[in-house]
Design a protein. Structure first.
Length: 231
């Protein structure tokens, strides 16, 4: 082998080591702090009866904003300023968790944090699961969102989760129901019957809304009552 060939091989080996280190670092490090964490999704085994910070891994580019430093910091402050027993790992540090809208683990989170709503997106399945989570008493906290677009996008995506009266119509998933076709919700007797059957309940603004069971209930009138939205 030539002298130049022998000198190139150590250089290539050194380059490989450097690149491997960069890749490994990129796989472990998130956020702007000094923590090195490989994000993993929570499972039922992640919960032990203590309090855990839960981050929502929605379908959007910014769900990992400030991860993991914000999660650890929030958990630490909760443990310092309240009597809440915060879940910890074997190293004694807080153990924040990551959940997706479709994960069963979501329903073991007392609250879930959503970052940067400007990139938020819910599929129909995501929205149905988030709706069920909130109807069961779950708490959603949206933070670190800025500007008109962020609010409009959050409002649009949450309308999939919590459909409610909107002017002369309801938004129900990707469809629209005209208010004239849903007057029964505002009839106390009709609403009472639907509520007893678990098909309707009062929404966050005190207005009647359909529950997940109500949205899925087959009436045979879907083609007549469900319309394509224009906004």
């Amino acid at each position: 082998m030539s002298t130049s060939g022998r000198s190139i091989r150590p250089a290539l080996a050194l380059l490989a080591v450097v690149l491997a280190g960069v890749v490994a670092s990129g796989q472990r490090r998130f956020g702007g702090g000094e923590r090195y964490v490989q994000p993993t999704l929570a499972t039922s085994e992640s919960f032990d009866g203590t309090w855990h910070f839960c981050r929502l891994a929605y379908r959007g580019r910014a769900w990992m904003t400030d991860y993991p430093d914000a999660d650890y910091n929030f958990s630490t402050r909760v443990s310092e300023l309240t009597k809440t027993t915060v879940g910890r790992g074997l190293n004694g540090e807080p153990q924040p968790l990551i959940v997706r809208p479709t994960d069963d683990a979501l329903f073991q989170c007392p609250f879930v944090m959503l970052w940067q709503a400007e990139s938020l997106y819910f599929t129909e399945e995501d929205a149905a699961r988030m709706r069920l989570y909130l109807l069961k008493g779950g708490f959603l906290w949206s933070d670190d969102s800025w500007g008109t677009y962020a609010w409009q996008n959050f409002e649009q995506e949450m309308a999939k989760v919590l459909p409610e009266p909107h002017g002369d119509h309801f938004h129900v998933g990707a469809a629209v129901v005209r208010s004239r076709d849903a007057t029964g919700l505002f009839n106390p007797a009709v609403y009472g019957a639907l509520e007893r059957k678990g098909l309707a309940q009062l929404g966050p603004r005190g207005l009647p809304v359909l529950t997940p069971a109500g949205l899925a209930y087959p009436t045979g009138l879907e083609e007549e009552m469900l319309h394509r939205p224009d906004h």
